[in-house]
Write a protein that binds this ligand. Sequence first.
Ligand code: FAD
Length: 291
Amino acid sequence: MKPPVFDYVSPATLEEAIQALSAPDDGDVKVLAGGQSLVPLLNLRLSQPGLIVDINGLDELTGITEEAGYLTVGALVRQREAELSDVVRTACPLLHEAIPLIGHTAIRNRGTVGGSIAHADPAAELPTVAACLDAELVARGPGGERTIPAADFFTGFFTTALAEDEILTAVRVRSVGPATGAAYEEVARRHGDFAMAGVAAQVRLDGDTVAEARIAISGVDLAPVRATKAEAALAGRTVDDSILDEAADAAVADLSPSSDLHGSAAYRKHVAGVLIRKAVAAAAARAREAR
Ligand SMILES: Cc1cc2nc3c(=O)[nH]c(=O)nc-3n(C[C@H](O)[C@H](O)[C@H](O)COP(=O)(O)OP(=O)(O)OC[C@H]3O[C@@H](n4cnc5c(N)ncnc54)[C@H](O)[C@@H]3O)c2cc1C
């Protein structure tokens, strides 16, 4: 299929892009980043914008920096660039672990970090990482810049707190310190497919006990789910099989996924529990190595 007819602009600055998004005459207006989700939606005519604002020329949205204990990734950074970045690997091992699970290399060459987060697919890896790490999502609109905590950003199924005339400009997370490990585990029918369920976990140890555990689950609700009860079950404990079971049971008890062609609700809950055990065990093992 071919996309519907639309107008197209390629602004040279962020200000121009925001002005274009605010233009009242063009009906639905869409930002184009890597196009790996938007272009299929256009071709299937599931999205029929009157205007496309191509942000690929905006250098302000590129770059990966680490400063004052925070990693900042520009919204337009290609997923492949972040995957290969040493700064990302050391400052945010969870992001480094998660990115290779997105589609295939060709897709990650074009797909952007910000595009995946703005798209807010409940099965996607990067929104789950953002929820797990309490990422700060930096947005710019006609009223200026604002920072949205991940907990407030993902508001529903493919829905975010971004206003129609706002652009996500960057993603910011706290850099990890010592004795911290991370893992991302998921189940997909084939490599590169969207996951049926996935778990992002980051564990910081104090000696042998868990000083802080962060866990988020994908594919089990309309948006990524933070497993706060499992995090609490792990805090101050030494990670062993019985604690992993306790944490997984605590997380799964609160989940009510829906059934679809890919798996029943009961199966998704089961998979989520298994993935929590695997991801937390792997993150804790890596944290022990990083002491
Ligand atoms: C075959 C295939 C397999 C895939 N597998 C996976 C997978 O396993 N996991 C996964 O997570 N993704 C997967 N994807 C999607 C891919 O990761 C996309 O890159 C991502 O979802 C969107 O990023 P993008 O830069 O391509 O955004 P686009 O497609 O350009 O945009 C997506 C949406 O976000 C909005 N948007 C983009 N950037 C901004 C911004 N800066 N500010 C405001 N709004 C913005 C757009 O308007 C649009 O609504 C797959 C895609 C394909 C084609």
